[in-house]
Design a protein around this ligand. Structure first.
Ligand code: SAH
Length: 463
């Protein structure tokens, strides 16, 4: 950072502006808005000053005596020598000084601002790119409606009362978030402050009587196959709202990093020694945390309901009357195949697509081989790497051609994505197979031959 961003309290304080032109008017008026008393030193004064309060005018050329007794100095003349003198005199007295359009003479700069007082957002690129700053400011301008001023003022009015009535900080934070995101805020936006006040008082009374269900909520959110750009807006919104996050190996690190900064993060995946927290314990943990009043985010790779055991988790929540939301995610079959350049269906090659799990149980795979070995269909196998050899042999045995194209994709959509292609007969024996890192996805069918012909996909970085 090139500058330290601070907000200065200048209420009732004396500030000096040297120069009386248009630019000086802008600077002085900001200072006055922040409550300062401003002395303007300039032989002449812009007419706009006539309408301003808290301005005293010294109709002289700048001399060093003018600088005494102020807490802040701005030089806004078009005379380089005067600006330089003001800067020097201020620096000699350790007074913060800003010289308009001359960063070298400044000890502070005035940022571009978005004013929704009491909320003020300040922007600066330290002079690097004013245009970029203007664009950013424009974006935020549309995101922060004017009514946020009222909302913040409303919150200021009741802050102490709520603090007295709801002692636990965590509960207080949730209380205010509900206010800002719910019907009370809507009343403020509609400029019906009286109703908003009434609703707020009712809400806090319910809360203190313990009527408000202290129970939390669970968000079962699909995080997609790894690339954070594949998250849904809803996933992101809930990720930033949750107090606790439960995640496992399948959720990529950049995605975990996008959860709320101060949220507690609990890893429930494979630990050292390959011990995984049993599903039952995860279900119980979700229930316990929600009963403590927390908003719990259960982040799952891909889609929660596709080989994700999401169904079991909500069953437990349902039995315990815990409110929950489920957010679908892009499942591996869809995200990984697309990034690997393989369309799941194609008029000429495949009219159907089945998702199966190739998980081995007692060294065997319980799958409907007849159904899988049908022509013109794409088979996507989750969790299939260990059973690849058996999978391939069984499909050939049940009638699929040994020449059927097949691919295996490691860590699809992530920087480590790697695709190995072959046929049903050759794929299991390829030497690269032994170097693959989980998670991997197997895709079988004519569509695999389209890889390479189609150019939209993200090339593997390691090939
Ligand atoms: N609910 C998840 C699947 C969980 S099962 C989903 O909808 O995607 C776990 C399996 O998903 C892994 O063994 C692997 O086969 C597959 N998988 C998930 N993410 C993957 C990725 N980024 N690349 C390759 N395979 C992935």
């Amino acid at each position: 950072m090139d500058y330290l961003p601070i907000f200065l309290n200048v209420k009732g304080k004396s500030c000096l502006v040297v120069g009386g032109g248009e630019v000086s008017v802008r600077k002085a008026s900001l200072m006055v808005q922040a409550g300062a008393r401003v002395t303007v030193v300039s032989p002449e004064l812009h007419p706009a000053y006539a309408d301003m309060q808290n301005i005293s005018h010294i109709a002289e050329r700048y001399q060093v005596k003018h600088i005494e007794g102020h807490m802040l100095v701005v030089a806004a003349t078009d005379d380089e020598a005067v600006n330089q003198a003001v800067s020097q005199d201020a620096k000699a007295r350790n007074l913060p000084v800003n010289v308009v359009d001359n960063p070298e003479l400044c000890t502070f700069i005035m940022p571009s601002i978005l004013d929704r007082s009491p909320i003020v957002v300040a922007f600066s690129s330290g002079g690097a790119s004013p245009v970029l700053i203007r664009m950013l400011r424009g974006k935020l301008e549309t995101m922060i409606p004017q009514a946020y001023s009222r909302l913040a003022a409303f919150s200021a009015k009741f802050r102490m009362l709520i603090k007295d009535m709801i002692a636990v900080p965590e509960k207080r934070r949730i209380f205010w978030e509900e206010v800002f995101e719910g019907p009370i805020a809507e009343k403020i936006f509609a400029d019906d402050v009286a109703s908003a006040e009434k609703m707020l008082r009712e809400k806090v009374e319910r809360e203190t009587r313990g009527e408000q269900k202290a129970i939390g909520e669970v968000f079962l959110v699909g995080a997609g196959p790894g690339d954070p750009d594949l998250l849904t807006f809803k996933a992101l919104r809930l990720m930033q709202k949750a107090d606790v996050v439960l995640y496992d190996n399948l959720v990529s690190a950049p995605i975990v990093d996008m959860t709320r900064r101060d949220a507690e993060r609990i890893f429930v995946g494979k630990m050292r020694g390959n011990h995984t927290m049993p599903q039952e314990n995860i279900n119980k943990l979700l229930v316990r945390l929600a009963k403590e009043g927390k908003r719990v985010l259960r982040l799952k790779g891909g889609d929660p309901f596709i080989f994700g055991r999401g169904g079991e988790e909500i069953e437990e929540l349902f039995e315990n009357n815990i409110p929950f939301q489920v957010v679908p995610g892009i499942t591996a079959a869809s995200g990984v195949s697309t990034y690997a350049g393989i369309p799941l269906t194609h008029r000429d090659y495949s009219q159907a697509c089945v998702f199966v799990t190739g998980h081995l149980k007692d060294n065997s795979m319980d799958l409907d081989w007849e159904m899988l070995a049908r022509p013109k269909q794409t088979i996507v196998v989750y969790m299939g790497l260990q059973g690849l050899e058996m999978l391939s042999a069984k499909l050939i045995e049940h009638g699929l051609s040994p020449d059927t194209p097949a691919a295996i994709v490691q860590q699809g959509t992530r920087p480590q994505q790697k695709t190995v292609t072959g046929t049903l007969a050759t794929l299991p024996g390829l030497p690269e197979i032994n170097t693959l890192q989980a998670p991997t996805l197997i895709i079988i069918g004519g569509v695999v031959s389209l890889r390479g012909k189609l150019t939209w996909f993200k090339p593997d970085q390691q090939q």
